[in-house]
Design a protein around this ligand. Structure first.
Ligand code: DX5
Length: 215
């Protein structure tokens, strides 16, 4: 996948939240999206943040909301009201096809694109019912809940299968993406990479983002 086709989405979960606006400014010129990890302490063990955090920030970056929550259908309005660019929910939170399709529609009706996420242990088949109808497939390369975890290489086979079957699908990877694992993700067919700790622990964040893109 050539570098100009790779989107990079820094995850603010790993940013210094006491200086969030400055942290966002440090990646704004070079990043493509900004990922906001919304965790409810039930779907994942961690509790992170919600829409109120976003009311205090200004950015030109498209906001990518990753809902790691139970009942994601109850959470989308507050983010749509902030005119976010994209919202992904987890397949594990919404098992049935009709509800998944209805949630895609509700997100799109609110002006955002809609994505579905699968955890490392969830097979690609678990989203075969809607993979042709999603704007983005998010393949987790860590067990969701925390930044700074190790990349689970086994998920790369899912990425390869998804890419070969769906050549035009946006495939996002999230978790443990750094200078070593990003090439693996790109070669497997991912074209949208989320990275938290690698970017926000880097002194030269512009360089870190370029490295993830393969430049
Ligand atoms: C984990 C989050 C990821 C995480 C990425 O549950 O969904 O977005 O913040 O952080 P790193 O890149 O540090 O694994």
């Amino acid at each position: 996948m050539s570098s100009e086709n790779i989107l990079i989405a820094p995850s603010i979960l790993s940013a210094d939240l006491s200086r969030l606006q400055e942290e966002i400014a440090s990646v704004e010129k070079d990043a493509d999206w900004l990922q906001v990890d919304v965790m409810d302490g039930h779907f994942v063990p961690n509790l992170s943040f919600g829409a109120p955090l976003l009311k205090g920030i200004q950015t030109k970056l498209p906001l990518d909301i990753h809902l790691m929550v139970e009942n994601p259908e109850d959470r989308i309005e507050e983010f749509l009201a902030l005119h976010v660019h994209h919202i992904s929910f987890h397949a594990e939170a919404i098992p049935d096809t009709a509800s998944r399709l209805a949630l895609f529609q509700a997100i799109r009706d609110g002006g955002a694109t809609a994505g579905i996420a699968i955890n490392p242990e969830t097979p690609l088949e678990a989203v075969s019912d809607v993979i042709d109808k999603t704007d983005l497939l998010l393949i987790m390369s860590v067990h969701p809940g925390f930044g700074g975890q190790g990349f689970i290489e086994d998920v790369l086979s899912k990425v390869r299968s998804a890419r070969s079957a769906h050549p035009f699908l946006m495939i996002q990877m999230d978790g443990g993406v750094d200078e070593k694992t990003a090439p693996l993700c790109r070669e497997a067919g991912a074209n949208n990479l989320v990275s938290g700790s690698y970017i926000f622990s880097s002194k030269d964040r512009a360089k870190a983002i370029r490295t993830l893109r393969g430049e």
